[in-house]
Design a protein around this ligand. Sequence first.
Ligand code: HEC
Ligand code: HEC
Length: 338
Amino acid sequence: MPLPSPSRSRVRVLLAVAATLAAHVVAAADDTLREQAASLFGAIAAAAPETVAAPEIELGRALFWDPRLSADGKTACASCHLRADSGADRRKRSPDARGKLTRRHAQSVLNAQRASAGLRWLADRASGAEQALGSITGSMGFDDRAALEAALRDHGYAGQFAAAYPAEPDPVTAEHYARALQAYQETLLTPAPFDAWLGGDDAALGAREKQGLQRFIETGCGGCHAGPLFGGGSLQRFGVVEDYRPHTGSDAGDTGLMARTGVEADRDKFRVQPLRNVAKTGPYFHDGSVDALGEAVAVMARVQLGRTLSPQAIREITDFLAALSGPLPAHYAPPGAE
Ligand code: HEC
Ligand code: HEC
């Protein structure tokens, strides 16, 4: 039976009031979660266009993408830090300029310069420049720094080095190569829907992503994956509650920080991996042993926190983690590619 019209309009008013109240409740929930997230994590912003156009950064960009600057003439930084793989490498291990496979899995260079504990799986490089200096005789395969400097001159880089470092009498040096690479990588920032939401845009995250963020915090993930990168701030044991190897299928070989220090307390310690763009940078862990993000999340919950997550909880967390992926910067490509 149709309602008489006065009460129908009353129902409409009541429905409108209820909808407004619900919106307030959701907004209030957003505010509480946002406060929590702001204290645990933090936002990142894209590099300013005028910064990206500076001569030092243009030089760094050219160096990063140039395969001629390697012992085999075929290996660029970008060979193992691919645009198609969001700055990482979908291969478990990557071939270097000597034809050898890297010892560990290549991480993404996007946002990485912000990692406060230092770079790489063991945080054993304090800065991007230090990392790049190590690459010369490492991944790039040169016998020494002089061989790189000769390659830079041979391939016509003198003018660009002089433009980037105008006050230096002898600008073509390995130190400047390293500084320019660091400066370029500092501009490789990828703000994501999470950052827009943290800045006040309630609609930037969907309900499931917000639930996933809540789960991420409640489960204890943020205890290690903290700061604006969701990691990169400390070294922790991989396998706090139990050995990770039976869960990842990893071999016994890699003992992490202990392999360097020989100290038993450092066994299986690795840098807490940042989670920016993590949905796009599989396979996961220092040996690339796990392919699916959901599985990596389940392994983490199990071996770091002693928790078995339900399939739904895992889906919520992976949905949230996908909201940490931002568009690739246009200048994360060879010069002239935009
Ligand atoms: C042969 C493959 C390969 C090449 C070439 C290569 N890298 Fe890497 N890169 C890796 C691997 C593997 C790691 C992880 C190393 C580790 O921790 O043991 C890594 C780690 C890094 C990191 C640390 C990221 C983080 O999250 O801490 C940065 C930065 C980086 N590389 C920059 C560069 C630059 C700059 C160049 C060129 C000078 C370069 N890479 C060349 C394979 C490569
Ligand atoms: C006790 C510290 C700690 C806690 C708690 C922790 N993690 Fe981790 N996480 C790490 C470390 C250390 C690594 C690097 C492991 C390695 O060597 O591969 C890592 C790696 C990861 C990776 C792989 C990233 C990549 O690019 O390879 C994901 C995904 C991840 N953690 C998600 C989570 C989630 C989700 C939770 C909560 C369920 C969590 N973590 C809890 C320390 C922690």
